[in-house]
Ligand binder design. Sequence first.
Ligand SMILES: NC(=O)c1ccc[n+]([C@@H]2O[C@H](COP(=O)([O-])OP(=O)(O)OC[C@H]3O[C@@H](n4cnc5c(N)ncnc54)[C@H](O)[C@@H]3O)[C@@H](O)[C@H]2O)c1
Length: 390
Amino acid sequence: MGKNNADAVLSQFTQAIEEEAVDTSRKLKVGIIGTGWIAESHIQSYKNMPDVEIVAAADLIPGKAEAFMKKFGVEGVRFYPSHKEMIDSEELDAVSVCTYNTAHCAPTVYALEHGINVLLEKPFSVTTEEAVEMMRAEKKSGKVLSIGFQPRGDENMQMIKKVVQSGVLGDIYYIQTGGGRRRGIPNSTFIEKSTGGIGALGDIGCYSLDVVLNAIGYPKPLTVTGYKSDFFGKNPKYATPDKFHTAEENAARFSVDDFAAAFVRLEGGIILDFRISWAMHADTPGDTIIFGKEGALRIPSTDCWNGTFTSPMTLYHDVAGKQVETVIPLIPHRGPGLFDIKIRSFLDAIKYNRPAPVPTSEILYNQAIIDHICKSAELGHEIKVEIPEI
Ligand SMILES: NC(=O)c1ccc[n+]([C@@H]2O[C@H](COP(=O)([O-])OP(=O)(O)OC[C@H]3O[C@@H](n4cnc5c(N)ncnc54)[C@H](O)[C@@H]3O)[C@@H](O)[C@H]2O)c1
């Protein structure tokens, strides 16, 4: 059998397993809160799930949710002007909260208080306090609250954790992570404080942090020295136009970070050295490297840095007294897409009483680091990480 034939047979087999595993005897009623850009990925994945009925959608902008469902050919949906009216009127099993960052907390808390499971888009929130408020509602409700980090479904990301946990690196003592784009400010609702709340930090920084913190088991952050800047977003020379605004208008709207860096002390004596960028005069602020007492793992930076992997990782270690490098090849993605994996694992957590696939207990630390970078940057010195009791 030729390689292509073998691949085709294998991918059909993978598909068949996924489809067979779905129990359609119980359909889950799902609503979408916020029908903007990312909601498109949610709706496409929900449509692929045979045990889901999309019954409701809400958006603050009149007519937006209706046009959205029409675009995706979903019929029989009821529409609402905000999350409140939708939750008050519907009997839902689950909602996807796809609102901009500053509107993550209120719909999530309201849904959990009404006994509805929530898949919340990343980043968790803007502040630590909001994350804590959502976790308190989660705890009280006993429902699933999962955060939308789809790179967790990527085998390359899973490989990083496997390498660390295999012990080949020995004890980890220092990690440099981050990445970003030479130019790549997303505009839209991402660039205003009132909607995005945080910029590159929340958009792509949360992924960079998750790649390494997930690998080392999410130790608690203890102190943070943070820095952030906005030299590109605020400059009409570097700002970019979009469908609704000129470059000058976007520069005037820009009120979040386009670059951030931090020195973070984690529990267990591990140091995290972090940089993230939406725009800069270089193509990368550095690769991700995990330094252990017995080896180091280099994960090449990508120009996009949204949790994608584009080239092989290298393991540096000593074998029989010789310094060697082992290349860990990129694992090509097979089977369902990352968004389908994200949605399926959330639905299965609800149906089979499993823990949230991306638990808040982990992402709380991710969010606390981001929030404390902002606080430290404003104060201009190192600060202790304060996280209220859940
Ligand atoms: N996982 C990913 O790969 C990924 C990619 C892009 C964006 N995101 C995240 O998704 C979120 C949304 O981003 P976007 O680009 O889709 O934003 P967007 O601005 O395009 O859409 C958000 C929508 O939410 C609506 N909204 C706000 N508050 C609401 C409320 N209370 N009730 C109902 N509707 C409400 C807005 O009117 C808007 O239409 C952000 O947090 C972003 O970080 C994730």
